[in-house]
Design a protein around this ligand. Structure first.
Ligand code: CDV
Length: 322
């Protein structure tokens, strides 16, 4: 590992990518943000989930060719090459979310980590796919990730990169403590997260007003529990009539927010990451070797069929008064 233990990180929040935007227009915006991050001395910039296109799981696409049009069948490719070139030119790495089509026709919701030399050094495929696989025509917005993507098959790896131990997660993963913990057990010091979070989820509308609270709650608590930095970049604004949270944030291992976006459009936020700020949490309160008791946590990794079934709750009515 490099002796250098401090870097500058950036979250490159992005406003809507509408259906009539070309990939070139979107990538041009991303290059502008990368240059802004580089101007502020950033070593790496994180982009939102699947950001090369509108977030298409929000509507039902029946035509296979139309659906595949949202996917990248190689990375890099001619379209995104300007971003890789800008990274190399400015010496700033990035983490990019995109819809991946593999050579054998499999589809994943993917995020990569790219070095300041413009080389791909890590790949993660989203594991916690929210929503459902059957369209819900009665709802104003769909959540069809389970129809369009397979569950990621790469686990939650951690890479020695940018002077520290770095992992990735995508959107709904950030609400699951297990995502962070599996990386925490590998000594992760920085987690890069791209997301798209709706302001209105029809199936749980009674907690719509808590979207921003739950965004920060999930990331701040899990940063602290695992003694890690978190850099999270969201899609913001109104995309195809659907409001997105934004609220991109950089969170310290103490759980404190050290930078947060304040607009609902393209915006770069930066912060200095001192990897050694993780140590106090990893050495004392959350020293996994000393204090963790996995012999009592068996259910955490038991098959879903052996755990509590929430099925009976699915038909209950919303809490009154909300
Ligand atoms: N893209 C996502 O994973 N979105 C989910 C929404 C649909 C609940 C999220 O966790 O923000």
């Amino acid at each position: 590992m490099s002796a250098r233990r401090k870097i500058i990180v950036a979250a490159a929040q992005m406003g809507p990518v509408q259906r009539n935007h070309t990939r070139k227009q979107t990538i041009d915006r991303m290059v502008v943000l990368l240059n802004q991050a580089a101007d502020r001395g950033a070593d790496i910039a994180v982009y939102p989930e699947a950001i090369l296109t509108p977030f298409f799981p929000h509507w039902h696409i029946e035509d296979e060719q139309e659906l595949l049009g949202y996917f990248e069948d190689s990375m890099p490719n001619g379209g995104v090459q300007p971003l890789f070139d800008a990274a190399k030119d400015r010496g700033v790495g990035f983490s990019l979310g995109y819809a991946e089509l593999t050579e054998d026709g499999r589809r994943f919701n993917t995020q990569i980590m790219v070095s300041g030399e413009g080389e791909i050094i890590g790949k993660y495929r989203k594991i916690h796919l929210p929503g459902y696989s059957d369209p819900r025509p009665h709802e104003p917005v769909q959540n069809l990730e389970k129809l369009y993507f397979e569950v990621g098959d790469l686990g939650f790896p951690v890479w020695e990169a940018f002077g520290g131990r770095v992992g990735m997660s995508i959107c709904n993963d950030r609400r699951w403590p297990e995502s962070y913990r599996v990386m925490g057990l590998q000594g992760v010091e920085l987690i890069l997260i791209g997301y798209n979070t709706l302001m209105h989820v029809p199936a749980m509308a009674e907690v719509d007003h808590l979207q921003s609270f739950h965004n920060l709650l999930s990331m701040q608590s899990n940063a602290y529990f695992n003694g890690t930095w978190v850099v999270a970049a969201g899609r913001a604004g109104v995309e195809e009539g659907i409001s997105q949270l934004g609220q991109s944030a950089i969170i310290a291992p103490s759980g404190e927010v050290v930078a947060q976006a304040y607009t609902d459009g393209d915006e770069v936020i930066t912060a200095e990451v001192d990897f050694d700020a993780c140590n106090i949490f990893k050495k004392y309160m959350f020293n996994m070797r000393e204090h963790r008791r996995p012999e009592h946590y068996g259910l955490i990794s038991a098959p879903v069929s052996e755990t509590w079934d929430a099925g009976e709750l699915l038909d209950t009515q919303p809490v009154s008064g909300r």
